[in-house]
Write a protein that binds this ligand. Structure first.
Ligand SMILES: [Zn+2]
Length: 326
């Protein structure tokens, strides 16, 4: 029942997309809304609230909103989105949102059930971008599965950390802009302008990162959890292994001993740790091998929420990985 209502909402959103595409076409033909109308609408919707599930998505929403309304975040900065339980105050924030943006069941599986019993207007990015696993998850079955194996997220081989690939970030920003334009048509041209500015700066940041990596040779890279495949693929880097699939699950003894053997074959490796998760078993894996330790935070914990926050964030990830190069 839950998934059906979610899909019905998504179908409605798709219908709205078609609608807004037409509107944008008109705008491009020169049928602009007059500033007076925009201002009237703006003052009446100054209190619109967009809630994003996690900080990196909030940074993208903030840039697209460009000062219209409020861009808030659901999960506290250091929370693990793979496995979380909402507090009553967070449920209240969610229910008051005019739009709720989340990655999708591939990352925040706990939200499937929450959204199933909520009437909030939601936008799942993996769904909108047609990424991730095609088949929906039955929440009740899943809950059961989770208790038994604790391997609930990262189903299949899909890495849900899509915001770490600037090419996908461009699509995420576009999708959010389309959704907001559909909800607030009089502000469509403003959201479009914000989006264009964001994409322009994204291109500049991407070329700076490409420049940073150019000509550098990397050592074998091992990341703490499977969060950086989108980033490394986009910039043509290789990740040699991950310690654990999800931050909260301790890897099996077999995986750890295989990993230790593999690591021992290298004279020098780079270990990408995360600030929010401590895993004492990691250090024993690297005995006898020279290790460069670098810290990369896929959740943008310490980045201020601003229209330029995403660029600061992705640049900080790039600088962390740059430490793995010679
Ligand atoms: Zn993760």
């Amino acid at each position: 029942m839950t998934k059906h209502s979610t899909f019905r909402r998504i179908a409605n959103i798709k219908a709205l997309f078609i609608c807004i595409t037409r509107r944008l076409a008109f705008a491009l033909l020169g049928v602009f809304v007059t500033p007076a109308i925009v201002n009237a609408e703006k003052s009446s919707i100054a209190d619109i609230t967009v809630v994003s599930s996690i900080k990196p998505i909030q940074l993208i929403s903030t840039a697209v909103m460009g000062g219209v309304g409020q861009s808030k975040v659901l999960l506290p900065p250091s929370a693990n989105p793979h496995n979380y339980q909402l507090r009553p105050s967070q449920r209240a924030l969610l229910s008051k949102a005019d739009l709720f943006v989340w990655v999708g069941p591939e990352l925040e599986l706990f939200l499937v059930k929450v959204l199933g019993s909520s009437s909030v207007n939601e936008l799942s990015l993996t769904n909108a971008l047609k990424l991730g696993n095609a088949e929906p998850v039955e929440p009740s079955l899943h809950q059961h599965h989770h208790e038994e194996h604790d391997e609930h997220s990262h189903r299949g081989s899909f890495d849900p950390h899509i915001w770490l690939n600037p090419a996908l970030t461009k699509q995420i920003a576009t999708t959010i802009a389309e959704q907001l334009s559909a909800q607030y048509p009089a502000l469509a041209s403003q959201f479009q302008l914000n989006l264009e500015q964001f994409i322009k700066q994204l291109k500049i940041t991407e070329s700076e990162i490409t420049q940073l990596f150019s000509g550098s040779k990397q050592v074998a890279i091992y990341t703490f959890h499977e969060a950086f495949t989108h980033f490394s693929d986009h910039y043509g880097m290789k990740i040699d292994g991950t310690i654990t699939k999800t931050p909260e699950s301790r890897p099996g003894a077999k995986h750890l001993s295989e990993l230790a053997k593999e690591i021992a074959q290298n004279k020098k490796i780079c270990l990408v740790k995360e600030p929010n998760f401590k895993a004492p078993y990691v250090d024993s894996l690297t005995r006898g091998t020279e290790v460069i330790v670098t810290i990369a935070d896929p959740l943008a914990t310490n980045i201020d929420n601003s229209a330029t926050g995403y660029f600061e964030f992705i640049t900080s990830i790039a600088k962390s990985f740059h430490k793995c190069t010679l």
